[in-house]
Design a binder for this molecule. Structure first.
Ligand SMILES: [Ca+2]
Ligand SMILES: [Ca+2]
Length: 163
């Protein structure tokens, strides 16, 4: 009887080990994300001047963002008047509901503007920052909770939730 038990243990051991390695494989697979949700963006820095000119003559710029995805679905966020964003006091756009996509080839396109409707003139373009979702799905820091991107003095942070 003891002998049978020993044989059973020997036979079972490789099965246990292989089932362990299967578990590891399953864990690796389960960390592959198939959907990303974007809850908000921050604009933390803009160029201090419009070329050689001030954004507005007598006051600070009036910042708003226009966000479009690859399909051209657009969103214009509310203007914050007379406001210069900074890392401590960012211009924030919160998405309710959250933007979500399963197509990681999409790009989140953020245009930042100075609203000049109070002057009766066309708005001043401040900057554009683009986030290609596929840039955040590979490499050692894939699926980050946020990403910061800089383009010509405009700095935008995007906040991700991966599922
Ligand atoms: Ca202006
Ligand atoms: Ca303005």
């Amino acid at each position: 009887m003891k002998k049978i038990f020993k044989i059973l243990v020997v036979i079972c051991l490789p099965i246990l080990l292989s089932s362990c390695s299967n578990d590891d494989d399953n864990e690796t697979n389960s960390t592959t994300k198939t959907k990303v949700k974007i809850s908000k963006i921050w604009v933390t820095t803009i160029p201090s001047t419009n070329g050689s000119l001030s954004w507005d003559v007598a006051s600070d710029p009036d910042i708003y963002a226009e966000i479009t995805d690859r399909d051209g679905a657009g969103l214009r966020a509310t203007t914050v008047w007379d406001f210069v964003p900074s890392p401590n006091t960012p211009y924030q756009v919160t998405f309710i509901p959250q933007i979500e996509t399963t197509d990681f080839t999409e790009t989140l396109d953020v245009d930042v503007w100075d609203d000049d409707s109070d002057n009766g003139t066309s708005d001043d373009f401040i900057g554009n920052v683009q986030f290609r979702i596929s840039d955040y799905t590979t490499g050692s820091n894939k699926y980050p909770s946020n990403a910061i991107k800089i383009n010509n003095g405009t700095v935008v942070t995007v906040f991700f939730t991966w599922e």
